[in-house]
Design a protein around this ligand. Structure first.
Ligand code: UDP
Ligand code: GLC
Length: 381
């Protein structure tokens, strides 16, 4: 089967990292068309996935855009749609991986008469999107998509609640290669040494720096934790959230935590960094659609504390394979951090349960089989 994947981003966010795993088995039968250049293109190339950049200028429509801005951006999209229509005729299926890719993919599907699959990585609610963007996404998916793959039940439910068709949506979780998360103990000791983390209780936060990812909640919690607790913030502002980055630095200095918070920027050695932590924290203040970092921490056999909302509740069972806390509550988070610091035996059992359940539920080979089956129905149907 020949698949034309579409993704608007040049940057490697969670949806893009997920796409790498989905496209990889198709080898030269896949082509990933990007609407922006950047590090994501290089990652695809490293994984030997054919890639091309169709537009070098970012498309000017944001999550909060209104109808007028939406129409203006349609003008920008015309040449892009034209290119995708021509390309799509060489493929059996169009696979849109982001919302702007859905807009382009829907029209390209109509003109090229190729079926459209939309991989929904978002919770389509007003907490995350403007009313206009929600309406566009739902109407296009309902009218043009043969299949919507939701990354969690939470994303599926929000899709249906916003008016999405129940008969086209299926839940498929992100897949992971468990082997990637096995690390060498001596390498990890070296890494801890390099980062000045020896003798500390390290809480890691792995996410792009963005207000709804809630790094500020972790910093606030840290101020309430014993002095040996140290935080590493792994990730960068991917989508222009520079004000938030500045606020985080100000918060750290106001709370006099300069020696206990390390900003490591965007990193590619996530399994090693997670292995160097004693606990991984997820602190999103709005419902997380899925939360790759949670599963990755589980595969590294690390205890994880996560904000109880959205897809997270499908990943973590409180007290069995992780901890759940109320989103936006630093006091509760500080309490869990302190418990993990003291109750090492129970915490180790929870981390071990996490690795077992995550490797069973999110094995990329099984997830890719599920997707292959769904896609073959679409193409043969
Ligand atoms: N990530 C990374 N380097 C970083 C920070 C994060 O590679 O410095 C990865 C992380 O391991 C995860 C993804 O980015 O696989 C983020 O996905 P998630 O679903 O947690 O959140 P998203 O950013 O997609 O909302
Ligand atoms: C999106 C979501 C994130 C999810 C990822 C992969 O980026 O924000 O929660 O894990 O897609 O599906």
């Amino acid at each position: 089967m020949k698949i034309l994947f579409l993704d608007q981003s040049g940057k490697p966010g969670g949806a893009e990292l997920c796409l790498i795993d989905i496209a990889k088995p198709y080898g030269d039968c896949a082509l990933v068309s990007l609407f922006a250049d950047g590090a994501f293109k290089h990652l695809l190339q490293q994984n030997h996935i054919p890639v091309e950049v169709l537009a070098t200028q970012a498309i000017q429509v944001r999550k909060e855009s209104n109808l007028r801005q939406g129409f203006k951006s349609l003008g920008q999209l015309a040449p892009l749609i034209n290119k995708v229509v021509k390309k799509a005729r060489e493929y059996d299926l169009i696979y849109a991986n982001t919302q702007k890719a859905l807009v382009v993919g829907a029209l390209a599907s109509f003109f090229s008469r190729r079926p459209l699959v939309y991989h929904l990585h978002d919770i389509l609610s007003q907490e995350h999107f403007s009313q206009t963007n929600l309406r566009i996404a739902i109407n296009l998916a309902n009218r043009f998509a043969s299949l919507v793959i939701a990354n969690s039940q939470a994303s599926q439910t929000a899709f249906v609640q916003a008016g999405g068709r129940t008969d086209i949506v299926e839940v498929v979780y992100n897949g992971f290669e468990p082997k990637k998360y096995q690390t060498d103990k001596s390498d990890i000791n070296k890494l801890r040494q390099q980062l000045g983390l020896e003798g500390k209780f390290v809480v890691g936060h792995f996410s792009r720096l963005a207000p709804w990812k809630g790094q500020h909640i972790l910093i606030e919690a840290l101020a309430k934790c014993p002095p040996e607790v140290t935080v590493i913030l792994v990730g960068d502002a991917l989508f222009g959230e520079q004000d938030y980055v500045q606020k985080l630095h100000q918060q750290v200095s106001q709370l006099r935590l300069e020696n206990r918070v390390k900003f490591l920027g965007f990193r590619s050695d996530i399994p090693q960094l997670m292995a160097a932590c004693d606990l991984v924290a997820h602190t999103s203040t709005s419902p997380e659609p899925f939360g790759r970092v949670i599963v990755e921490a589980m595969l590294c056999e690390k205890p994880v504390v996560a904000a109880k909302a959205g897809g997270v509740m499908e990943l973590v069972e409180h007290g069995f394979n992780g901890f759940l806390v109320t989103p936006g509550e630093p006091q509760e988070l500080a309490q869990v951090i302190s418990t993990c610091l003291q109750e090492t035996e129970i915490t180790a059992t929870i981390a071990s349960n996490a690795r077992t359940t995550a490797s069973q539920r999110f094995d990329v080979a099984i997830i890719n089989q599920q997707i292959a089956q769904l896609l073959s129905h679409i193409v043969s149907g």
